[in-house]
Design a protein around this ligand. Structure first.
Ligand code: HEM
Length: 398
């Protein structure tokens, strides 16, 4: 039988900051796929079960093209959405997608990202020093979770040190789900302008970074700018929220945190489990390019689909006791980085950052704890693309 979801929830259940909204979990309990009516009345689908989400991600009959997407919660009427600008390959299908992803692959290998480990250690230690001086009470988001991924991306792209402050300010207002449309446009324009200058500078004077490397290829300036923008948009907010929400989750699960502290060898597994359990990149969309049979239903050509990565990663058929945070479980195979041709390009970098940052933080501050009651930690609304905390007030004994 066909289960129907009529609206997407705008917030989570009180007291459950780490769990998907109850409406989505209920939908998955009924069926791994439900019908969903997009605002404006267009019929579509909501996919919540692990196997089905994974199979959609692996199937080229489901498109990522921006011009085919419908906003999941806002009716923009008949406004025509243009295709993704050059370089913004997250929202493209083959062969456009490969033109950009291929030359980038070699820059993000496991080996290359391991080489960055030492640099991540250094940057992390500097921020822990600053926290120690500023403390014993700080907002972990501004002091730790934001700057570490930002510095790593800036170094990857070759953003000069002097430009980082203003650059970060533009990028900051991008993704919190609360910035007004007007401010969003202004921030977007300022970032675009900055990146155009940066690309021109790298062409004139190549330095040792990904953007400079790419000036050797046949990609033009517009394309390089688009690539830089997509790396920023995909790589900053995601990692920041994993670090902050991950710390929050560990502080709320003291027995898990104690186990991690007692045995540093558990850190790789703990990072995978936090990725699965928190799934900060909670939903993505696809559009059917032709009629497709999926989970006993016919998805008509042109139908939009919402894929819920978070409920897929909490599917009991794939992960036993899925709502339990268990850093010893084998969480591999989770979909927190997606799957298929768009699977996260920056996942090795994100892993290195988390594998270094979590243990260093808990080592430096053995008594780290929330500085406010847990139910007063301000959470992002569900409409934000990436879930997380707005701030995380923490304190420790000196
Ligand atoms: C794609 C999650 C960190 C760059 C994706 C996708 C997910 C994801 C779910 C697939 C989207 C889809 O299928 O439509 C995450 C999470 C991160 C993270 C949870 C942090 C914990 C990063 C970092 C970078 C990055 C650090 C860059 C340095 C990208 C890019 C894509 C992508 C470029 C598009 C790949 C493509 O379309 O081929 N990410 N990401 N991500 N991510 Fe990440």
């Amino acid at each position: 039988s066909l289960h129907t979801v009529t609206t997407l929830p705008t917030q989570r259940q009180p007291g459950c900051p780490f769990d998907p909204p109850a409406e989505l979990t209920d939908a998955r309990r009924h069926s791994p796929i439900s019908s969903y009516t997009f605002p404006g009345g267009k019929p579509g689908w909501l996919v919540t079960g692990y196997d089905l989400v994974r199979s959609v991600l692996a199937d080229s009959r489901f498109s990522s093209r921006r011009e085919l997407m419908l906003h999941p919660t806002i009716d923009y009427g008949d406004i025509e959405v243009p295709p993704a600008p050059p370089g913004e390959f997250l929202l493209m299908d083959e062969p456009r997608h490969s033109r950009y992803r291929k030359p980038l692959m070699g820059k993000f290998t496991v080996r290359r990202m391991r080489m960055l480990t030492e640099r991540v250690e250094q940057v992390t230690a500097e921020h822990l020093d600053a926290m120690e001086k500023a403390g014993p009470s700080v907002d972990l988001v501004t002091a730790f979770a934001k700057p570490i991924p930002a510095i790593m991306i800036c170094e990857l792209l070759g953003v000069p040190y002097a430009d980082r402050g203003s650059f970060q300010n533009h990028v900051d207002s991008f993704m919190d789900g609360e910035t007004s449309d007007e401010d969003l446009m202004a921030a977007y324009t300022a970032t675009q302008e900055y990146l155009a200058e940066l690309v021109a500078a790298k062409r004139a004077n190549p330095t040792d970074d990904v953007l400079s490397d790419l000036t050797d290829s046949d990609l033009d300036d517009e394309e390089l700018k688009g690539i830089a923008l997509i790396l920023l948009a995909a790589g900053l907010d995601t990692t920041t929220n994993m670090l902050a929400l991950g710390t929050f989750a560990l502080l709320r699960h003291p027995e898990q945190l104690a186990a991690l502290r007692a045995d540093p060898a558990l850190v790789d597994g703990a990072v995978e489990e936090l990725l699965r359990y928190l799934s900060v990149a909670k939903t993505f969309q696809r559009t059917a390019l032709e009629d497709v049979e999926l989970g006993g239903h016919t998805i008509k050509a042109g139908s939009p689909l919402i894929l819920s990565f978070h409920t897929a990663n909490r599917d009991p058929e794939r992960f036993p006791d899925p709502d339990v945070l268990d850093i010893r479980r084998k969480a591999t195979g989770h979909l927190a980085f997606g799957h298929g041709i768009h699977q996260c390009l920056g996942q090795q970098l994100a892993r290195v950052e988390m594998r270094v940052a979590f243990p260093a933080l808990f080592d430096r501050f053995p008594t780290l704890r929330l500085a406010v009651p847990a139910d007063q930690v301000p959470l992002r609304p569900e409409i934000a693309d990436i879930y997380g905390v707005k701030s995380l007030p923490v304190t420790w004994d000196v």
